[in-house]
Design a binder for this molecule. Sequence first.
Ligand SMILES: [Zn+2]
Length: 378
Amino acid sequence: MPDLSPLTWAVGIAALVIGILAGHFGWGRRWSNPLGKLHPDYLTGLDYLVSEQPDRALDMFLRLMDANSDTVETHFSLGSLYRRRGEVERAIRIHQNLLAREGLAPEHREQALLGLAQDYLRAGLLDRAEGLFQQVSEVPRLRVTALDALRGVYERQHEWQQALDVVRLLARIQAAPPRLVAAHYLCELATLAIERGESDAARRLLREARAEVAPFPRAALIRANIAERAGAVDQAIDLMRQALADAPRLIQHELPHLLRLVLPPARDALLTELVAQAEARSADDLKRLVFAAILAGEGEALPLRAPMAQVFGQDPTLRAVWRAVPDGLIAHQIGALLTNAEKYRCSECGFAGRNFYWHCPACHAWDSFEPYAIVKLG
Ligand SMILES: [Zn+2]
């Protein structure tokens, strides 16, 4: 979740302070009270806020809130604001303070446990978050929220089977995430099965993944891996070509591997086929293929010459590069430029890097990585 802007934060705090005051002084009934009669603790708290001593301000406001049982909702709002602002320790204090309160209504206790679990998650204290989310998931009213958060905890711990079990529970109450998510969990489990040498188990998991989403290029790529390990190289090549036909954006990541499987005499035929497919789809796909080939060290290959001239000729920036570099060195120069560049970017959050991920390390979206350097250069 993005941090709040200073303005939003200031407005939020102001609204909460008014909420605290309304609860503490009964402003709903006595709205015309002169400011001169404000509780001195409130003024001290505000003074601490203004003088940037947030911990002392928080102490003061918590004391004010403790004195009045009508301020529970304000606690929740303040806790949520602190968490969203990244000040997790303060959010934890607020929720713990609530839970320690005698006579707290059961629904408020459950809400406070959920808040505390979310604080722990934000703080990276995954074990504590997991325990509390499990506890809160027993509360029917909070079940979907708690289970979905629990799924996120298992994802972050790479506990794929447990994450999948939670998806199945969510499906039973019609609150499952998109089926793509379960398909990726199954692919993660299949990859682990391959590492253990259990190819049959991996194939079964991939069949389950394809039952969730079809076509599913990641499953085809893992099946290609199984085939390659078993020596069935032609089958591996077919599966990879199918995956790339279904998901052309994967070309940059997968082309080097595919080219390694194809012996040099057949490489030109493969590249010719890929060029024809890209041309039939779009100019962007052709551009993607040209850069993928350059990165894979095949920029000088005969089938790439005409597409490269076309891609570089159509784009003003690339045309300038094309003219500045001597003939025959263009692919080499661009390849050198791209080697250390950020090559992929998450289409959900903009996280960019040199490595490809199925699961964005920043926003935890699935299948959101796209070639980036191409866009940047183009
Ligand atoms: Zn992302």
